[in-house]
Design a protein around this ligand. Structure first.
Ligand SMILES: [Zn+2]
Length: 292
């Protein structure tokens, strides 16, 4: 199956009221685990690579693995550069075969953010690619250290949340294809129980019209959080940390529970199974199973 435009995947999600998982992958094991889950669950899927993971695998190496494997999939797959921080990286990702990019200039004031995102939209749309932008601010690692080392000290500060008026204005100025919004989720591990502002999400959805909304920080929420978010317009859920923690925990338990000789390939192949299991579970939570 050819790689499918993200806008088509998200349009179907809107029409049939579900969300599609966007999963970060930077090695062959992750890509295989994610695609295996998607095929078993008969679910559309989005595979992402983010600059925070470039230190594990650079964009060009990861893109080659991801594109090659995605082309062999039997379900619709879109490929996105997650959190692209400049136009150059977005173009590089598209040159390497990603058919969507997130241009994340959400730390800038609205007008400047919109200016950059609309530039990327012009370039991307001319080549049939899609663009995600962000308005409001979903907290993310500020220390530049490892995954999960996030600063969520501003998690309860609603001044970072997306305002419906800003969402409408940002969409009008940019013409983007998907909009990441802040309404209580955070990247990485939650240190306190998140309380989602679903009322705000419902208002953003009204303001955003047909533009699909994106949840970042999709790990560690309850089934009800996902359900409420999806029924109020979330069509793409970025999910990585929860999987990374659960897979590592499974490997740890397996190694501690055996006295037999263990080879590296045993760990790699077991990891793919654990990744597949965790991602499959998320697809059922997002109601994307049996939608491919
Ligand atoms: Zn994110």
């Amino acid at each position: 199956m050819p790689i499918v435009p993200m806008r088509e995947i998200l349009k179907d999600a809107r029409e049939r009221d579900y969300a599609v998982g966007s999963y970060n992958a930077y090695d062959l094991g992750l890509v295989r685990g994610i695609l295996k889950a998607a095929e078993q669950e008969k679910s559309p899927v989005i595979i992402a690579h983010a600059p925070v993971h470039f230190k594990y695998t650079g964009l060009d190496s990861a893109a080659n693995i991801i594109v090659h494997e995605a082309k062999k999939a039997t379900v619709p797959v879109a490929l996105i550069l997650d959190h692209g921080y400049d136009t150059k990286t977005c173009i590089e990702a598209m040159d390497l075969g990603f058919n969507a990019v997130m241009m994340d200039s959400s730390r800038l004031p609205l007008e400047e953010n919109a200016e950059i995102v609309s530039q990327v939209c012009k370039i991307a749309h001319a080549r049939g690619c899609d663009v995600e932008g962000e308005i409001g601010y979903v907290t993310r690692p500020v220390s530049g250290k490892d995954e999960g080392d996030d600063d969520d000290s501003i998690v309860d500060d609603k001044s970072y949340y997306t305002s419906p008026e800003d969402a409408a204005r940002f969409i009008e100025l940019t013409g983007l294809d998907a909009l990441a919004v802040a309404y209580g989720t955070v990247h990485g591990i939650y240190f306190k129980k998140p309380i989602l502002d679903i009322k705000r999400l419902a208002e953003i959805r009204k303001a955003a019209g047909e533009v699909p909304l994106v949840m970042h920080g999709g790990s560690g929420l309850t089934a009800e959080d996902y359900k409420n978010s999806i029924s109020n317009g979330i069509r793409k859920i970025n999910y990585y940390t929860g999987m990374a923690v659960s897979v590592a925990q499974s490997i740890k338990e397996k190694l501690e529970g055996t006295d037999e000789k263990v080879f590296y390939h045993n760990i790699v192949m077991d990891s793919i199974e654990y990744i597949c299991r965790d991602i499959s579970k998320s697809m059922r939570l997002f109601s994307s199973s049996n939608k491919a």
